[in-house]
Design a binder for this molecule. Structure first.
Ligand code: DC
Length: 637
């Protein structure tokens, strides 16, 4: 997933799609499946990194997990699971860590749960307290129990627990621990939170009782064997919210999101949108005992409203709803949003910042977020750093789609891989524009092009194209097939007809892997002649442009990238180094060979090696790769 994405507005959106399987249900289905006696079959699981971590963690606890594309099977059972030999890495996922904490509290022995930097700054005290009350020893950093979290489990007793702050994750952790505790475990929720854990435990035949009382809920569970699950995970409503809001606020749009989970605790955002005057149609149908809905949204004028935290218990859809508020007439007040501060990032501050960046006004009053909308057409493009928070990045993308003609730059986009790897694909499918930056790197042999461009591509999270490898592959094929490299028409025909895969990892031509062979002496000697052939250049340049269009940008290196292939690249760099340094770097190629190639590349008629007027000149002699890369990245607007 790219780190920085440019999203264009100005086009209406239209079409249908399915969002990834619901993350909350996916985590829970895996955990409950692993506790079931037998093999659970789960279809449509979320493909994000968060859920993959939970899957890997359960495998480390002894469950057998098989992934057959759309179908995942989990075979476990209470007698099979055991404390792991190494820490469980939950990545970015608070849900994963809290659920797993509850599950491993029921296992004898010690489990350590770790996470990334963002997760390591999220408090775990609210799960640590009930699990400790049940007899586990749970320790983390400081009084708020920040990860790494160490759980010494086994020998649990049931508790009666009323969470201080309504939280589905805490409820779920206690219920999962309760499955291994003696006696009854009871959770009283003053405000009902998402109900997936109870619902899935019921489908697994657990000894569970649920009583709703006004806006609250009491759940009782006793240890009992669980049956395996057979489940289709519906689409994630919190991901659907981005497209539904996009349909509402991008002028002239009509979007349908199919088969999302439609339980009341997860679809409060739809009620809020309807109250704002949105044109949203919900067609609900029952599937596998759970409710599932197709949601259609089309653009319509919106007006401000008051949104209470109890309408959206997880607060996951608040960043998306804030965009609707920014495009609505009047004021919208989000009441009681304090919990947004302890999500993957401080989403209260982040949402206010995004709304301001897009041209509306936002202020935080205590725990409330107040947004003054702007008239239609009043939104503008912006630059926004999501700090790696997936929901803030996706919200920013929708904001850019609504901001009219032009383009916004969103940094910290790679976090989207945690929950919605196909997000950009879906954005394009609906008619939105998204691209990554295009970095053009030119320079002679041994100037550091490959090393520098590989590192830049890695840092930006984008693909890299080594165009020299394409010329080399054609030269290799000519030699291999007995075509004289200086027979211009014959080599041109060969290039036109050849299927070239420039990798990475492997370079191939017409299906033959030539990664190593194209660096050998015969190719070194022939390639400049091949590269001087205008017809070969025309063919390969066209393919290089097609590559960049398909990738939405990327890092492209070669001899004419900034001058001919991509004169409008976001940044153009011309690397050099002293002749001695370049010979030293190309230790496998004789000095006179390099000099001859430089001479041929620089003096040929067709697109000679030359620095574009606006290319930044970087002498890499005696500099570290990181130093050069930092400098190049600093030029990206
Ligand atoms: O970067 P390299 O050494 O792998 O390039 C191999 C040859 O291809 C070199 O002689 C220059 C030529 N080339 C070119 O003319 N245009 C490009 N875009 C890339 C490489």
């Amino acid at each position: 997933m790219p780190v920085t994405v440019m999203v264009a507005g100005g086009a209406p959106l239209g079409g249908e799609l399915r969002v990834p399987g619901d993350k909350s249900i996916s985590h829970r289905a895996l955990c409950i499946g692993a506790l079931g006696e037998g093999t659970s079959v789960v279809r449509g699981l979320s493909d994000g990194d968060d859920v993959r971590r939970t899957r890997d963690a359960l495998a480390a606890l002894g469950a057998e997990v098989h992934d057959d594309g759309d179908v995942v099977t989990v075979s476990g059972g209470r007698g099979v699971l055991h404390a792991p030999g190494a820490p469980l890495d939950c990545g970015n996922s608070g849900t994963g860590m809290r659920l797993l904490a509850g599950l491993v509290a029921g296992l004898d022995g010690e489990t350590v749960l770790v996470g990334d930097a963002s997760l390591s700054s999220r408090p775990m005290d609210r799960v640590a307290a009930p699990l400790s009350a049940m007899g586990a020893t749970v320790t983390g950093r400081g009084p708020r129990c920040f990860p790494p979290l160490t759980v010494k489990g086994g020998g649990l007793q049931g508790v009666e627990w009323t969470p201080e702050v309504a939280s589905a994750q805490v409820k779920s952790a206690v219920l999962l621990a309760g499955l291994s505790a003696s006696g009854v475990t009871v959770v009283h929720e003053p405000v009902r939170t998402r109900t997936h854990t109870e619902e899935l435990l019921e489908s697994a035949g657990a000894d569970i009782e649920v009583v709703d009382d006004g806006v609250g809920r009491t759940v009782r569970v006793r240890a009992s064997p669980l049956e395996p699950l057979d489940l289709i995970v519906p689409g994630d409503p919190s991901q659907a919210a981005f497209w539904v809001v996009a349909g509402c606020i991008v002028p002239e749009s009509a979007i349908r999101v199919r088969a999302i989970y439609a339980g009341a605790t997860r679809t409060g955002f739809l009620g809020v949108l309807v109250r704002m005057g949105a044109s949203v149609d919900v067609v609900t149908r029952l599937r596998d005992g759970g409710s599932c809905a197709d949601v259609a949204a089309r653009s319509a004028p919106l007006s401000g409203t008051v949104v209470h935290a109890s309408e959206i218990p997880s607060l996951d859809e608040v960043p998306a709803l804030a965009l609707a508020a920014a495009s609505a007439e009047g004021t919208t007040r989000f009441v009681g949003m304090g919990e947004l501060r302890v999500k993957e990032s401080d989403r209260l501050e982040g949402t206010a910042r995004l709304v301001e960046a897009m041209g509306a006004a936002a202020r935080v009053e205590g725990d409330d977020l107040v947004i003054e909308g702007v008239r239609p057409g009043g939104l503008r493009h912006f630059r926004f750093d999501s700090g790696g928070d997936h929901r803030m990045a996706m919200a920013a993308a929708v904001a850019a789609l609504a901001a009219g003609p032009g383009e916004s730059r969103i940094d910290g986009f790679s976090g989207v891989a945690t929950s919605y790897p196909a997000f950009l694909q879906h954005l394009r499918h609906l008619g939105g524009g998204a691209r990554v930056q295009l970095v053009a790197i030119d320079g002679p042999a041994g100037s550091g092009k490959s090393t520098v461009s590989t590192e830049i591509a890695a840092r930006l999270g984008v693909a890299r194209l080594d165009t020299g490898a394409m010329y080399r592959a054609v030269a290799w094929a000519a030699l291999e097939r007995g075509v004289d490299p200086s027979d211009a028409p014959a080599v041109a025909e060969l290039a036109r007809d050849a299927a070239i895969d420039p990798g990475p990892p492997d370079v191939s031509i017409d299906g033959v892997v030539v990664t190593g062979a194209i660096r050998d002496a015969p190719v070194n000697a022939a390639v400049s002649t091949v590269a001087a052939n205008p017809a070969v250049r025309a063919t390969l340049v066209e393919r290089q442009r097609a590559w960049a269009a398909a990738h939405g940008g990327g890092v492209v290196e070669g001899r004419d990238i900034g001058t001919v292939v991509f004169p409008d690249a976001d940044v153009k760099v011309f690397l050099t180094a002293t002749p001695e340094e370049r010979v030293r770097r190309r230790h496998d190629e004789a000095a006179d060979g390099i000099a001859r190639r430089d001479e041929l590349d620089t003096t040929r008629a067709a697109s000679p090696l030359a620095r574009a007027d606006d290319a930044k000149l970087v002498d890499t002699t005696g500099r570290t790769v990181d130093d050069v890369v930092d400098e190049v990245l600093s030029w990206l607007r």
